[in-house]
Design a protein around this ligand. Structure first.
Ligand SMILES: [Fe+2]
Length: 384
């Protein structure tokens, strides 16, 4: 930018020098009235050039910014954003809030919203933002080739509204001295007799739970899933509360026998060097659910260009950056998530310890669509 401004300044200086030369050589032969008119005309032209260049510089400056509305809440993302600025010179202005608050904010800002990119941590919320018309669909051969079809919004004639950039799995964590893993190796079994009074989850209305239940609706239908949810309520060790880390900690203390948690919360504890975390991890086991049947529920963190993005080019550049090998590695190494781009390398001992697992064959977009049915059935059975 500085170089461009210097070039513009030099070109303006050259124009003034040329103007002075013309004045010196030709003006001598003209009368005074004509001289005044010529000076005025050239001055106006030069002023116009200056204004044009300044306006151009302003718009250039604007393109060097990106307003990111993000629901990601991980310290480790700092390096992900800093690296983008280092690569492109584009400064990221971040607004951080949970998915729900971001959606409300975007809706109230309407066409005046400064948001360029909307980044969310759950497919149910991405779907809602899509339905609310908060995204601007884009067409990108690069994103379409790098991000698998089942991890992005359905394509229509205008393009694609959002793309998944990392995945996380919802696994089962259990207390080794309280539970027999064979009794709890599927989501469905958590609702059965051996888990009576032992199950803990965060609120059923949280997006992570709504998406899991949305996937079960997709696999088994609404009637069967409602029955499952009803039995889950009867198996609770306590009323749903807290975040995923709280569930894992309560399993370790024995308050809960078994709980559901996103994979990166478990890996974070597994990689921790704090004595209390090391002791905690010794008491718990984890299970990849449904390995002989429907597979593990996987969710995404995903993003799209905001509908009224003032910097759409920077926004598209940022999405492409998130799909780059470098950014994909940040997701894996920084926040213990899996890259969506198959060729990206993962050097994370914690993730390696989790090993391979079978994933549900369910479209992430379908899971998003089912969130309203999921919430309704939870309300009917009193799953808080
Ligand atoms: Fe989370």
């Amino acid at each position: 930018m500085k170089k461009m401004q210097e070039q513009r300044q030099r070109s303006l200086q050259n124009s003034v020098i040329q103007f002075t030369l013309i004045q010196n050589s030709l003006f001598q032969s003209l009368n005074n009235t004509i001289k005044v008119h010529i000076v005025k005309a050239i001055s106006i032209v030069l002023m116009g050039v200056a204004l044009c260049c300044n306006a151009h510089a302003e718009s250039g400056k604007a393109e060097k910014e990106l307003n990111l509305y993000s629901a990601r809440h991980y310290q480790t993302d700092e390096a992900l954003y800093t690296n983008f600025t280092k690569q492109t010179g584009i400064k990221i202005n971040r607004i951080e809030a949970d998915d729900n608050a971001l959606i409300e904010r975007l809706k109230s800002e309407g066409s005046k919203s400064p948001a360029d990119v909307i980044l969310m941590v759950d497919t149910a919320r991405l779907w809602r933002a899509q339905i609310d018309g908060l995204f601007r669909p884009i067409q990108s051969k690069n994103l379409e080739s790098r991000i698998p079809e089942n991890l992005r919004a359905k394509s229509d004639t205008d393009g694609i509204t959002w793309f998944g950039f990392s995945t996380r799995a919802r696994l089962i964590v259990y207390n080794k001295s309280l539970m027999n893993p064979k009794d709890i190796d599927t989501y469905e079994k958590l609702a059965e007799a051996p888990s009576k009074g032992k199950v803990c989850t965060r609120s059923g209305s949280h997006p992570y739970m709504l998406s899991l239940i949305g996937s079960l609706i997709e696999l088994h239908g609404e009637v069967a899933t409602e029955l499952w949810a009803k039995k889950m309520v009867n198996n609770m060790a306590r009323s749903p509360k807290g975040g995923d880390t709280d569930q894992i900690k309560s399993v370790a203390t024995g308050e809960c026998g078994v709980a559901l948690a996103n994979s990166y919360y478990l890996v974070r504890l597994m990689r921790s060097t704090k004595t209390e975390d090391i002791e905690l991890v010794k008491k718990i086991g984890f299970i990849w659910p449904n390995q002989n049947s429907t597979g593990v529920h996987v969710n995404i963190a995903g993003a799209g260009v905001a509908k009224n993005a003032p910097h759409p080019e920077s926004a598209v550049l940022f999405l492409n950056y998130l799909a780059s090998d470098t950014a994909q590695t940040y997701f894996a190494d920084g926040n213990n998530e899996w890259p969506v781009v198959k060729t990206s390398k993962v050097e994370n001992e914690g993730l390696k310890k989790l090993g391979q697992f079978k994933v549900q064959n369910v479209s992430i977009a379908a899971v998003g669509r089912n969130q309203i049915s999921a919430q309704r059935l939870l309300d009917r059975v009193g799953y808080k």
